[in-house]
Design a protein around this ligand. Structure first.
Ligand code: ADP
Ligand code: MG
Length: 482
């Protein structure tokens, strides 16, 4: 890939993101929408496409999508309808998916994304509701494809962006933003590896300065944020090379192969489905009243952007820290609980940023799986603030707490880490150090005040780290100066 191509061409990217909603039941059938159950146990005649069954819309599906629409600055249609998207596939017994076509419930929104040195607003064309299909399983029987219909009819929303993205990095930042919003709203767990968030990427390139878009391809099958970024990058280069060598991009769907780190064509425009959309006759239109809108607005949680600004103002956080801590709603909640219980937001921030995040990284877990409760961590912070333990002891106790239910104080006692603040004991210690180090005492008296560190160090060494360094400092300066 020559850099000249980079200078001459610009990429245009639009993403279609599917988010699996966390409703208890399916989109149009009274059966649980849960995952990981034995195949074909979460099905009703409706999911099986039996004739004579009638769908009924899950009210939470409508509420969840409106939340998403409001959080992404969309207009909410007062009236929208469902449509049938018809195609034949073994995991789709009805022969159609219920979706929305001409009148999606949310339209014309935007999200702001942040990149290293600039911000950008990305338009959302629409967000609509649909149901998922079942799952074909190809790797459990050597001769046959098996079908599991537990997923058939589970609720999805599809979030379609405008072709506003220009680089793989912007696409990554956009996806991260969408994930953050669905998690803050608690409408989807946002896990791309497990398929609760899925993304198709539409990619085209055009000579810089040209307004007209180039022919696009659609990339599928990327199962992580990094793969989306990589697949887009690969596709941009592939298209530029093709054009530069005199070829032409054909409109097609391409599958990303993670092991090979390249994509291959799946179907071209000629083979594309004609879904023969038509209005779903079995479902009434969705009517959103202004009362309903107001009610849902009132339920919206504080979103990441707002929370980040509040943290900067309320706790004096730097922007970098505020961004890190609000990245996940649950991490932000965790921090706020620790700040509240300990009464010390600064210390809480330090421990969460340095210790808690370190453990989450090391163990590859989310804050929800972290073993130390905010209350327990606050007790540890208090021990330190009250000078009952020093910072190295604090770290030792923190590590011990990861696998223990005991309180910080009990662990400190058990491990003999409580600082000694007993004046009599410290007085004796300090006198001894002064007596044993006449040279240093002399130099200190002559003005070499940096030697305080030496005296405190001696005290810590002699007491095996348990002397209260503040009290030692006070005593030494009193004895040598006073
Ligand atoms: P379809 O239903 O065939 O997938 P849409 O018009 O709904 O087509 O567009 C799907 C996505 O493709 C949208 O996110 C849109 O922004 C994006 N898109 C449209 N045209 C282009 C293009 N020329 N290059 C890149 N992305 C595009
Ligand atoms: Mg598409």
């Amino acid at each position: 890939m020559s850099t000249i191509a980079h200078e001459r061409f610009e990429a245009v990217i639009g993403l279609e993101v599917h988010a699996q909603l966390l409703t208890k039941s399916k989109a149009f059938a009274p059966v649980a929408a849960i995952y990981g159950e034995a195949p074909n146990t979460q099905v009703t005649p409706l999911c099986l496409g039996h004739p004579g069954t009638l769908p009924v819309v899950n009210e939470n599906l409508v509420r969840y999508i409106i939340k998403m629409g409001l959080a992404t600055n969309c207009g909410i249609a007062p009236k929208s309808i469902f449509a049938r998207k018809n195609y034949f596939y073994p995991d789709l017994p009805k022969g159609y998916q219920i979706s929305q076509f001409e009148t999606p419930i949310c339209h014309d929104g935007y999200v702001d994304i942040e990149l290293e040195d600039y911000e950008k607003r990305i338009g959302l064309t629409r967000i609509h509701m649909e149901e998922d299909a079942g799952k074909s399983i190809h790797d459990q029987d050597p001769y046959n494809t098996l079908v599991d219909l537990n997923r058939a009819g589970t609720p999805l929303i599809e979030i379609v962006s405008e072709p506003d993205l220009r680089t793989p990095q912007e696409a990554y930042a956009y996806l991260t933003k969408i994930k953050q919003i669905v998690q803050y709203l608690e409408i989807c767990d946002g896990n791309m590896e497990e398929g609760s968030l899925r993304c198709d990427a539409n990619v085209s390139v055009r000579p810089r300065g040209q307004e007209k878009f180039g022919t696009r391809t659609e990339l599928k099958n990327m199962n992580s944020f990094r793969n989306v970024e990589k697949a887009i990058e690969y596709e941009i280069y592939r298209q530029i090379e093709l054009i530069e060598s005199g070829g032409e991009v054909v409109q097609q769907t391409r599958l990303w192969d993670t092991s090979k780190m390249q994509s291959r064509p799946m179907r071209s425009k000629e083979e594309a489905h004609d879904y023969r959309y038509f209005p779903e006759p079995d479902l009434p239109p969705i009517i959103v009243t202004s009362e309903m809108l107001e009610e849902i607005k009132a339920e919206l949680p504080e979103l990441a952007d707002v929370r980040q600004k509040r943290f900067m103002k309320e706790y004096g956080m730097s922007e970098v820290d505020a961004v890190t801590i609000t990245e996940s709603r649950y991490l932000a909640d965790y921090f706020e609980s620790v700040a509240e219980y300990s009464g010390n937001p600064k210390a809480a921030l330090n421990v969460v940023l340095s210790e808690v995040l370190r453990v989450l990284n090391e163990q590859s877990i989310e804050i929800g799986e972290f073993s130390i409760t905010p209350q327990k961590l606050s007790e540890l912070i208090k021990l330190k603030e009250e000078d009952k333990v020093n910072s190295s002891a604090m770290q030792t106790i923190f590590n011990e707490m990861l696998d223990s239910d005991k309180s910080a104080e009990d662990l400190a006692k058990e491990m003999n880490l409580l600082q000694v603040s007993d004046t009599g004991f410290l007085e004796e210690l300090v006198d001894e150090i002064i007596a044993n180090n006449p040279d240093e005492v002399q130099r200190y008296k002559e003005g070499k005040k940096q030697l305080m560190g030496f005296f405190v160090g001696q005290a810590m060494k002699a007491s095996k780290g348990k002397a209260n360094p503040k009290m030692v400092t006070q005593m030494v300066s009193k004895k040598l100066e006073g």
